[in-house]
Each structure stands twice: as C-alpha cells, then as structure tokens.
Design a protein around this ligand. Structure first.
Ligand code: NBP
Length: 478
C-alpha cells in the first residue's frame, strides 16, 4: 500500500495534523527527524487510522503515492530549508511539498521559485487554530500553483474546519507566498482584536469598577450578539477563572507583560513597506512591547495624571453598552485595515486574492473566527471592489450608530488616564479617512520649505515649488 499524503515533523502540530488526515480516511505516511516521535505517534494513536511510519527520508518518500504530497511541519526558518534540502532530491517532477509552518511569505516566495525550477510544486500553507485546530479542523490558507491545489484541495477541504454553513475553511488563496501572507495578516488582526478586548476589560474594570467575574458575564452577553467570536469566548473563560493557589482572580496573578512570537511584527514591517496604514495592528504590537519594558514603566510609575477612580456604579449597564459600541466600531476599523493590507499585498505581488473568500475561510478553525467574518464575506460578495470595509453599507451604518458612544468612551478613557491606543487609533483613522481636508497640506508645504520637495495645488494641475528663501514667488516645475 502507498500513502495518500505524508507528514514530516511530528511535534504537536504535525502529529495532530497527521492524525486529522488519518481520521478523515487517508493513508498517512509519518516521519520525524528523531524517530522516537514517530514511534510514539504510532504507539499512542496508531489505531485511529492508517499510518505508514518511516524512519528514513528515503523510505518515507518511497511510501508516497505519486504525485507525492508531502507536508512539512517543522520549526519555521532554517529547519524548513534544511528539510526541503533533504527531501527535494528524493522527489520527482509534479510532486508537491506543503509547508504548513509559520513561514515568512518572502521565504515562501523564494522556496517556491527554487523548487519550481526543479519541477516541484511548493505550497506555502498558513495553518491557524493551534494544536486543537490541527486535530479537529484548522483554517488552512494554501498558496502555490492552481495545479497543486487541484490535487491537494480536496484533502485539505476534508481536514479543514467547517463554517456554520458547512463550507470548508480553506481555499486556494493565490500563487507562491499568498497563503503565508494572508496568514501573517490574520495574526496581525488577531493582535489588534486581542488589544481591543483588553482595552474594553481595562475600562470596565477601572472606570466602572466591575470585577473580573462580572466582566466575564458582560463578555458572555456580548458573545451572544454581534461580537460572537472565539477570542471573546476565551476572554470570558480566562476572566471567570480563579487561581487555585491564592483564590484570586486568575488575571490578577498573571504578570502584565505580553510576549510575542513575531508574526504581528512581520505584519507591521510589511505594512510599512507596502505603505498601508494598519494603525490598529501597529498599536497592538507596540502595546505588547511597552508592557514588557519594566524599566520604562518603573521610571514613569509616579508621574502625575488621573488615578483610576471608579464611577459610582454601572448598575444599569449603560457604560458597558457604550464600551460594546466602541469595541465593535474599533473592530470594524482594525479588520478593514487588515483587508486593505491583503489588497495591497495582492497588488504588489501579483496575487489574485478573493477578499471575500479569505473572510469565509476565517469563519471557522482559526483564532479570529467570528460571526462578524460572515459580514465581511458578504460585503465583498456584493462589491468585490470595495475600497474600504468601513464604507460597506452595513458597516458604515453600524459605525454611524456607534460613533457617539465610541467618542464618549475614548473621552472617558482620556479623562480617567486609561490608555486605549486601539480604540483611539481606530477612531483617529476613521475621522482621518472621512475628513474633507487633512493637515497633510501643511506637512507638504513644510517639506517644500526646508527641502524643496514641491507640492501640488488644489486648483490646477502640475507640480510647484515656492522660492521660500527668495521672493516667495511660485515656480511651475512640471
Ligand atoms: P516546532 O516549531 O516546535 O518544531 C519542532 C519540529 O521541527 C520537530 O519535529 C523537530 O524535529 C523539527 N525540526 C527542527 Br526544530 N529542526 C529540524 C531540522 N533541521 N530537520 C528536521 N526537523 C527539524 O513544532 P510545532 O509547534 O508543532 O510547530 C510546527 C510549525 O507549525 C511551526 O512552523 C510553527 O510555527 C507552526 N505553527 C504552530 C502552531 C502552534 O500552535 N504550535 C500554530 C500554527 C502554526 P525533532 O523532533 O527531531 O527535534
């Protein structure tokens, strides 16, 4: 017998993905650099389906049906290159290597080009959902040739999560690095969403005096409405958890220093290069890094400013309602920035990405899965050329209704000295986009003054420079 697919790299992700394929009825060849992991998989889970364990790369490759489909689930970066270098010489034209790790899309573009020259299809597939997702159904974002998706797609569709309407949470995103690019933006949006939820928690706690358990209840209510999402559910779970040792709310015993593995940073770095204003994601990345600067925080700890002072009470839940509005409106902005980034990446790298389909495959399996994503899907379904999600009919109406409360919440936060970089940046972005005139006119004039960088006029075509150091006459330069 030969295997339908192979998985090499059997740490948590690879092992669970291999089990997922086997449980879906496929025969799965399994391999790991250290064979003990392969043996452990067979010992513990061998009865879940048809596995073909192999201890050498040659045996592993020989056990795969042609064209071979080989999933690499090793640590991103050099290990991925090492594994490709080891396996590619054993493969033949038409075979497919799938990299399911968290690769940077630029690495995926390079690997795809190198392997394409050797007749091998390289599919950089973003996989979201953590180890549970890998086992029970992740959201899968494969890039690569259309031909490779034709052979691989049905298998990915059968192991991927299913959205509420039954659609599999995977699609052919685009060529070469498109899959890893959208996975990167997914993670950036995840950072922004988590930051916004954190700000809502902070406001409810320090402005309105809610306890963590009460906030968990508020979040559960929100989670049954338009904010229904996995991250909201997780937040409520965490906030209602009590530390076993101290009996204190769990959130109060966790050190307030947020770490990061780097995909948020990649998103912001790439956005800077593409010139896309993803301020919500950037603020979230900076908020995490600020939290880790113990030295700066200690130096500033005694500086003047309002101390959090709880309001009498929010018995009627009025403030909580306002925060819900602010959170929802800010979320629309953060997601619309993320989608503009995908659009910009597609333009820059020549990917034909269906923006609605990206929303559709994030409805299940991944960390940002939410009811909300179905509205994004339908916004792009009704207008594929939508310039920004905030201009979609549904979202603009919702922001219109939310904006009074949104402004009130940002003002309250400012008055109480509660930092809300996510809410504030989202509101500033919204106001900047809808403003008729921006102070960028002054910026450009300043640039012309000190650097002769020229400017355009509102009233006629052409590029101009004013002789600031001379008689201040205006020159037409082109
Ligand atoms: P790790 O990222 O911890 O990688 C461990 C695996 O890489 C082991 O199988 C190890 O083999 C193998 N490996 C290394 Br390290 N260097 C190697 C080399 N030079 N040659 C061959 N194999 C090598 O595993 P993971 O947490 O399962 O994640 C796998 C991928 O999935 C990563 O890219 C990760 O970023 C991505 N991802 C993870 C999650 C998550 O929730 N953990 C979610 C989404 C995506 P060994 O056993 O012989 O040391």
């Amino acid at each position: 017998t030969s295997a339908d697919i192979g998985v090499t790299g059997l740490a948590v992700m690879g092992r669970n993905l291999a089990r997922n394929f086997a449980r879906s009825g496929y025969t799965v060849a399994v391999h790991n650099r250290t064979p003990a992991k392969t043996r452990a998989l067979i010992e513990e889970f061998g009865d879940e389906g048809a596995f073909l364990p192999a201890e050498s790369p040659a045996d592993f490759v020989a056990s795969l049906e042609r064209p071979r489909r080989l999933v690499v689930m090793v640590k991103a970066g050099e290990p991925t290159d090492a594994v490709i270098a080891e396996f590619a010489p054993l493969l033949e034209e038409g075979d497919v290597i799938i990299d399911g790790g968290n690769a940077h899309f630029a690495d995926t573009r390079r690997r795809e080009r190198e392997l394409r020259d050797r007749g091998i299809h390289f599919v950089g597939a973003g996989i979201s959902g953590g180890e549970e997702g890998a086992l029970h159904g992740p959201s899968i974002m494969p890039g690569g040739s259309a031909e490779s998706y034709a052979s691989l797609g049905p298998m990915l569709e059968s192991v991927a999560a299913k959205a509420d309407d039954g659609a599999p949470c995977t699609t052919h995103v685009g060529t070469d690095g498109a899959g890893h690019f959208v996975k990167m933006v997914h993670n950036g949006i995840e950072y922004a969403d988590m930051q916004l939820i954190g700000e809502a928690y902070h406001l409810l706690r320090d402005v309105a005096g809610y306890s963590p358990a009460q906030i968990a209840e508020v979040f559960r209510t929100w989670n049954s409405g338009r904010l229904d999402s996995y991250l909201m559910e997780v937040s409520a779970e965490v906030l209602s958890h009590t530390d076993a040792e101290t009996g204190a709310p769990f959130v109060d015993v966790v050190a307030d220093r947020a770490e990061q593995k780097g995909t948020g940073r990649w998103t912001v770095q790439t956005a800077l290069e593409l010139g896309v204003p993803v301020s919500g994601i950037a603020e979230a990345v900076f908020a995490r890094s600020l939290s880790g600067h113990a030295d700066l925080r200690a130096a500033a700890a005694g500086l003047p400013g309002p101390r959090a002072e709880a309001m009498a009470s929010d018995a009627a839940g009025h403030f909580a309602d306002q925060v819900e509005q602010a959170l929802y409106a800010s979320k629309i902005v953060a997601y619309s920035q993320g989608w503009n980034m995908i659009q910009a990446g597609a333009q820059e790298y020549g990917w034909d990405i269906d923006l609605g389909a990206v929303a559709a495959i994030w409805r299940g399996g991944c960390i940002i899965r939410a009811v909300f994503l179905d509205h994004i899907r339908s916004a792009y379904a009704s207008d594929p050329d939508l310039a920004t999600l905030i201009a979609d009919e549904r979202f603009s109406a919702e922001i219109g209704r939310a904006q009074g409360d949104w402004r009130a919440v940002v003002a309250t936060a400012t008055r109480h000295g509660i930092p809300t970089p996510g809410f504030s940046a989202a509101l500033a972005y919204y106001d900047a986009l809808r403003a008729g005139r921006l102070p960028a006119a002054l910026t450009q004039a300043q640039r012309d003054f000190f650097g002769a960088h020229t400017y355009r006029r509102t009233d006629r075509d052409g590029v101009f420079h004013t002789l600031w150091g001379g008689d201040r006459s205006e020159q037409y330069t082109e």
